[in-house]
Ligand binder design. Structure first.
Ligand SMILES: Nc1ncnc2c1ncn2[C@@H]1O[C@H](COP(=O)(O)OP(=O)(O)OP(=O)(O)O)[C@@H](O)[C@H]1O
Ligand SMILES: [Mg+2]
Length: 292
């Protein structure tokens, strides 16, 4: 049986303006890239679909921005603690983690720590975050907890805050999306991408209505395999239907990106000259245009 061109869901409502285009990102200013005018610029990396490179994107962008001379705080909001692990920290034995900022009202600074990368700090996660997600729910104005903590940061301390979300729409993800100015949605170049994209864009609309009217979003295609026909078709269709929502940079499959967490290093240090490192550098440069 010959397989004709697959039907992809991008051809549905995603194409038709009103559903997702309204209030999408104002065109990023094409002026000189520089640090955002308001400090810090807060970015959530989120998609409820698992394994689409949220953590990889968060860590790689953080490292690239630090390499460019910016000071960056990454917040690991995923109970799986992959971001924390990918920097060689053991979530089980850490004394201070993000959970304390949620449950014990500690400041973000008091639970943050420096990494081996100059300019890159992290608020690590612990498995306890899963509990936090449940406990927070129902507390007064729980959606704004992280935003309040971020507002309390010294405005000159960080240029960027990058929040790595769990593959779930829980209380913590809601906190991240309420606090963020920009949502980066990594979408893996594969067939089911469209379905997950639709629900995260619906969630974004809801967040804009309820807790964060200013939330902007942009999609980055990840794990693109140029040798794979379906990958190429998905990329073409996304570019022809929702190009205004896409970063220009596409992150391709790169084994070094898969290896680097095992060596507790971001790609900029583990394999600085590889395609993965270069593409994340290009993405970080694009990001500079989004600071207000
Ligand atoms: N461009 C890439 N090329 C090859 N492998 C990649 C690439 N990006 C990510 N990976 C690998 O894919 C897997 C999933 O990536 P990652 O953990 O970043 O996804 P995630 O969306 O954070 O997952 P989760 O939903 O579980 O939090 C990891 O093993 C990672 O090393
Ligand atoms: Mg992850």
């Amino acid at each position: 049986m010959t397989v004709s061109k697959p039907f992809l869901h991008f051809q549905g409502p995603l194409n038709h303006g009103t559903a997702f285009e309204s209030q999408s990102l104002p065109n990023p200013s094409k002026s000189q890239p520089n640090a955002p005018a308001t400090h810090p610029f807060i970015i959530a990396v989120c998609n409820h679909k698992g394994g689409v490179a949220k953590t990889t994107t968060c860590l790689s962008l953080g490292a690239c921005l630090a390499e460019m001379g910016f000071s960056v705080l990454m917040i690991d909001l995923d109970p799986q603690a992959h971001l924390t692990l990918s920097l060689g920290l053991n979530p089980e034995t850490l004394h201070r983690t993000g959970s304390d900022a949620f449950l014990a009202n500690n400041s973000l600074i008091s639970v943050s720590r420096e990494t081996d990368i100059l300019g890159l700090d992290i608020v690590p996660a612990s498995p306890q975050l899963a509990l936090v997600d449940k406990i927070m729910y129902g507390r007064d104005a729980y959606e704004y907890h992280l935003k309040r903590r971020l507002n309390a940061l010294d405005a000159n301390l960080y240029d960027y805050v990058l929040i790595d979300c769990a593959p779930a729409f829980g209380t913590l993800t809601l906190n991240a999306l309420t606090a963020a100015e920009l949502l980066i949605i990594p979408v893996q170049c594969e067939y089911y991408a469209a379905k997950s994209l639709r629900s995260i864009l619906n969630l974004t609309k809801l967040i804009r209505r309820k807790t964060n009217a200013d939330l902007n979003y942009q999609i980055v295609m990840t794990m693109y395999d140029r040798r794979n026909r379906i990958c190429r078709i998905i990329r073409d269709q996304m570019e022809s239907s929702i190009s205004h929502l896409l970063f220009n940079t596409v992150i391709e499959v790169d084994t070094k990106l898969r290896e680097s967490p095992a060596y507790a290093q971001p790609i900029t240090r583990y394999a600085p000259e590889t395609r993965g490192a270069q593409q994340y550098r290009a993405l970080a440069k694009e990001l500079l245009h989004f600071g207000k």
